[in-house]
Design a binder for this molecule. Structure first.
Ligand code: 6GU
Length: 230
């Protein structure tokens, strides 16, 4: 079973992982998710996890020591371990990355806060043969920390794990699924009953029962949407 270890100073963010599809995947034994409080690895009366940046500048930087202890503890078993460090400076998260991570046995999410984690944490684990380190961002905007970004990634990854979705056929037709030519295309617009709502009618072709025509119409609409988004 795939294991996910999440390291954070705000474990409560991850209560959402008890809900819905992910909550069900956990109780069904399809995924094993553990949340760890970074502060359990902090020293001193104040249990401080951050300090001022060398070289000066605004904000605080997370200290390497508690991160090293926490990551060592969750990676005690044999590897490989994929360590994901959440940072707005990371590589942009995509559906292709979600797909790749959905095949991994052990993912560790390091949720940074403040101005990020001392860079030597990335350097150290990158030098460890059992680790693959990924600095990841979920988009070009700044969040206060990596917790919400981790929730986003987990939702995208876990729904791709076999058995998690009720109807795996729905995966093939959804947005960002790669075409046979390797292009990411967004989904065609969907309609359900009633056939007319507030004066707006469902495109007639969808009611025609002509499957070839419906397929062609949907492809055309999906391409329009994909082009308009860029
Ligand atoms: Cl992963 N972290 C933070 N703090 N901000 C972000 C992000 C991550 N991805 C986009 N913005």
């Amino acid at each position: 079973m795939a294991r996910f270890d999440l390291i954070t100073i705000f474990p409560d963010y991850f209560e959402a992982l008890e809900l819905s599809l992910i909550g069900k995947a956990r109780t069904q034994g399809l995924v094993d998710i553990a949340v760890h409080d970074l502060r359990d690895h902090a020293e001193g009366v104040h249990k401080s996890v951050d300090d001022t940046p060398y070289g000066g500048g605004a904000g605080m930087v997370m200290s390497p020591e508690p991160w090293g202890k926490a990551i060592d503890l969750v990676s005690q078993g044999s590897g490989p371990h994929d360590l994901i460090i959440l940072t707005p400076a990371g590589k942009k998260f995509t559906q292709a990355m979600a797909e790749e991570f959905s095949h991994r046995e052990h993912l560790i999410f390091a949720c940074g806060r403040y101005e990020g984690i001392d860079h030597r944490v990335t350097e150290f684990y990158s030098s460890q043969p059992e680790f693959r380190v990924h600095e990841v961002s979920i988009g070009d905007y700044v969040l206060n920390g990596g917790e919400v970004a981790t929730l986003v990634m987990l939702e995208a990854i876990i729904r791709l794990i076999p058995g998690v979705l009720g109807n795996p056929l729905s995966l093939a037709e959804e947005s960002h699924t790669l075409t046979s030519e390797g292009e990411a295309i967004v989904e065609y617009p969907n309609f359900t009953k009633p056939p007319e709502w507030r004066g707006l009618e469902v495109p007639e072709i969808l009611l025609s029962g002509n499957h070839a025509a419906i397929k062609a119409f949907r492809t055309q609409e999906a391409v329009k949407r994909t082009v308009n988004r860029e």
